[in-house]
Design a protein around this ligand. Structure first.
Ligand SMILES: [Mg+2]
Length: 197
């Protein structure tokens, strides 16, 4: 991860587990009964393995079953995250509202697409409405003045390799899991704000 807070001109925001609570909501939806602190960090970024390790029954979910069961209402009704307001406020302050975009990937289930569009319509402020890029190939958008804020290490690493800047949001499934998410993000974005000229 970069410690370089040199000025940026554009910010791309991941949706799942940055602006919403996807992983914990999905695990609860599938019958797991645990809080964020109980996430099995040893499986890393693998929600299917996390579900199979912590599910109260001995059933074994396949990836197809997990992604297939998440309907439009699940994606639409997901709660906003602990850093939702902080990230939006700082991002707009740092680069201006017209340079903030949502950058999110979709599952193969069309319910995900429909539900995410509904979620964004209901939860995002007016200035961020319609400003989304739905792709897993986030590094295509990388350049030296664009910052990606994402919880998946694979995304932040490939974005930086492609010449972009990245901020990894501390979550139990990534190497920053020892940090307090809200203070880490507030500190990092505060540094960018102070260095923005
Ligand atoms: Mg994510």
């Amino acid at each position: 991860m970069t410690n370089d807070f040199a000025p940026i001109r554009r910010i791309l925001l991941d949706l799942d587990d940055v602006l919403n609570n996807f992983t914990m909501c999905a695990m609860e939806y599938l019958g797991c009964d645990l809080v964020t602190e109980d996430y099995p960090t040893e499986v890393g970024y693998d929600i299917v393995a996390a579900i199979n390790l912590t599910h109260p029954t001995n059933c074994h979910w396949t990836p197809e079953q997990v992604w297939g069961i998440l309907g439009v209402d699940f994606w639409d009704r997901m709660s906003v995250s602990d850093i939702f307001y902080t990230v939006l406020e700082y991002s707009a302050d740092i680069v201006g509202e017209d340079q903030v975009f949502i950058c999110s990937s979709l599952t193969k289930n069309h319910h995900c697409t429909a539900g995410k569009l509904k979620w964004m319509d209901r939860n995002l402020p007016h200035w961020l409405q319609g400003r989304f890029i739905l792709t897993p190939y986030k590094s295509l958008l990388a350049d030296s003045q664009t910052l990606l804020i994402d919880d998946y290490l694979g995304n932040t690493v490939s974005f930086e390799k492609s010449g972009g800047r990245a901020l990894l949001v501390p979550r139990p499934w990534n190497p920053f899991n020892r940090y307090d998410t809200k203070s880490f993000i507030t500190g990092a974005l505060g540094n960018w704000k102070n260095n923005q000229k």
